[in-house]
Design a binder for this molecule. Structure first.
Ligand SMILES: C[S@@+](CC[C@H](N)C(=O)[O-])C[C@H]1O[C@@H](n2cnc3c(N)ncnc32)[C@H](O)[C@@H]1O
Length: 237
């Protein structure tokens, strides 16, 4: 029913026009999604002083929400591969005087993270979430028991064809490859224990949250969860 998009790597997704030539319009064009960003950040139970990784941070539209939770003792580490988006994120941090926001320009698999972060946010980064290598690189950079939250768009049930055509049009500027759009958390659920998934807006959006293994050696057991146990981790609203 849905045409297959050409296959891009997550790194190539950072070269979409929305993140390069049109980056200056990104905030205005995606302002309508701000309440979804709030819902995704709210799924991260952060504490003052936490270090949080904002994966594919874009222009930094989640920074203020994260800083509200972690305070001046905490730190936001933003990573994004698109130079124009990183420039906007750095300008935002400078303008607001956020000295505890550090933005790196790199594909997430090559990012110099350098700390064992307390949490990671994947906000509207479908292409990154579809790379098992990228998701694993982020999860491996977190401390044991760290919180992870992800959210964004997804397909509604297949019979809702008209709705899914609208979903495709809405997300096409920001998604290089719609592969996995029926279950965007598919790689995350193999690495995060008890990932809780909540769908909303007739199944066209989701928020997922869970924690890394407290004992990193037990992470491989989450890798092996299949069938009914795996299904039990989903909580559809
Ligand atoms: C839809 S934007 C989301 C930005 C931000 N999280 C928000 O909520 O507005 C997706 C971002 O992911 C970045 N990106 C895509 N692939 C990436 C990769 N492999 N490594 C780092 N950033 C990537 C893009 O450059 C873009 O800024």
């Amino acid at each position: 029913m849905i045409d297959q998009a050409p296959v891009f790597t997550p790194e190539q997704s950072a070269s979409l026009a929305a993140y390069t030539t049109n980056a200056h319009r990104y905030d205005e064009r995606t302002r309508a999604f701000q309440h979804f960003r709030h819902a995704i950040v709210d799924a991260l139970p952060l504490r003052p002083g936490d270090v949080v990784l904002d994966v594919g941070c874009g222009t930094g539209l989640c920074f203020s929400m994260l800083l509200e939770k972690i305070g001046s003792r905490g730190c936001v580490l933003g990573v994004d591969a698109a130079p124009e988006m990183v420039a906007a994120a750095r300008q935002r941090a400078a303008r607001e005087g956020w000295h505890n926001v550090v933005v790196s320009q790199a594909p997430i698999t090559e990012a110099p993270i350098g700390v064992s972060a307390d949490a990671a946010l994947f906000c509207a980064v479908h292409d990154i979430l579809q790379s098992e290598e990228a998701v694993r690189a982020v999860v491996d950079s977190l401390r044991p028991g760290a919180w992870v939250a992800a959210g964004g768009g997804k397909w509604a049930d297949g019979w809702m064809i008209a709705l899914n055509l609208q979903v495709r049009a809405l997300h096409a500027p920001y998604v290089a490859d719609f592969d996995g759009f029926d279950r965007p958390w598919r790689h995350l659920e193999r690495l995060i224990q008890d990932l809780q998934v909540r769908e909303f807006a007739f199944g066209t959006g989701y928020v997922a949250a869970g924690r890394t293994a407290r004992d990193p050696l037990s992470r491989s057991s989450a890798d092996g969860i299949t069938g009914p146990d795996r299904a039990a981790t989903d909580r559809h609203a």
